[in-house]
Design a protein around this ligand. Structure first.
Ligand SMILES: Nc1ncnc2c1ncn2[C@@H]1O[C@H](COP(=O)(O)OP(=O)(O)O)[C@@H](O)[C@H]1O
Ligand SMILES: [Mg+2]
Length: 252
């Protein structure tokens, strides 16, 4: 039994995972302080999504422990908000029905669930689009709707797997600014998976850099620019550029 202080929302201790005798994750250990945004940054195929699946409790690791708020937990399914990579909205449901789904699943009557979800639409920049279908919205709006659905899960820990991966670079930038703005309201801890270095630098308090397969943490970079200052930076400032250089060098 490992002990971690309760002010760590999540702590991983030597998580390893094999797939068909191939080592995918190699003794991954890290701690995420409550209220922080931590990114897992690594090349495609290095096991980032696999690791989020394990953290969410959808896959069991071969070895290692995970503590949530200082307590070791083996059954974590449903205890976190999880936006999976390519987690699409149901195309036949309206945006508000999609957003209300986690509430309905939790047994809240549909009418009440729809009302509760509707109240969040202005904050997510979706007011007026409640009764649209997903394919009637832009890519950025669909992502905000998917984030709203994750938010409706009402969990203190949120896992986001490449949430802006499918967006063009300008929309992606806008969404990053929006996410930092929203973060105060979310009042949670976020683990964000990305393969985009600038996205990781812009959004994270800490970046955990992963190697190519087998995935392991090869470097930890703490942000030198506070979150509320990062929000105002349209371009990478000198400290952020230094972080980028530090990370790129690891892969050269
Ligand atoms: N259920 C699975 N089916 C197929 N391949 C898997 C499965 N689980 C893990 N893998 C392997 O794990 C590796 C990492 O995949 P993934 O976690 O999706 O990487 P990333 O998200 O970093 O791109 C892949 O190379 C894949 O071969
Ligand atoms: Mg992935």
């Amino acid at each position: 039994m490992n002990f971690y202080p309760k002010n760590y929302a999540i702590a991983l201790q030597k998580i390893s995972f094999h797939w068909k005798s191939q080592l995918i994750l190699d003794r991954i250990s890290f701690q995420v302080p409550s209220g922080n945004i931590v990114s897992l940054l690594g090349p495609s195929g290095c096991g980032k999504s696999t690791l989020l699946h394990i953290i969410a409790g959808l896959l069991q690791p071969d070895s290692g422990d995970i503590c949530i708020h200082g307590e070791e937990q083996t059954n974590r399914t449903g205890s976190m908000g999880y936006m999976q990579q390519n987690d699409l909205l149901f195309p036949w449901k309206t945006i508000v029905e999609n957003a209300a789904l986690p509430l309905v699943i939790n047994g809240i009557p549909k009418k009440k669930a729809l009302q509760k979800a509707s109240r969040c639409f202005p904050d997510f920049g979706l007011e007026g689009y409640e009764h649209y279908l997903p394919n009637e919205l832009s890519g950025g709006m669909r992502q905000r709707a998917a984030l709203l659905r994750t938010y409706m899960m009402d969990k203190k820990i949120i896992l986001l797997d490449e949430p802006f991966g499918a967006l063009d670079s300008l929309t992606r930038k806008k969404m990053q600014i929006w996410l930092l703005d929203m973060y105060e309201m979310l009042n949670s801890t976020i683990i964000l998976v990305t393969h985009d270095i600038e996205e990781a630098i812009y959004l994270s308090d800490t970046i955990l850099v992963m190697s190519a397969l087998p995935g392991k943490i090869i470097h930890v970079v703490e942000s030198t620019t506070p979150r509320n200052k990062r929000k105002k930076e349209t371009y990478l400032n000198n400290e952020m550029l230094a972080m980028k250089k530090e990370i790129v060098t690891l892969f050269m």
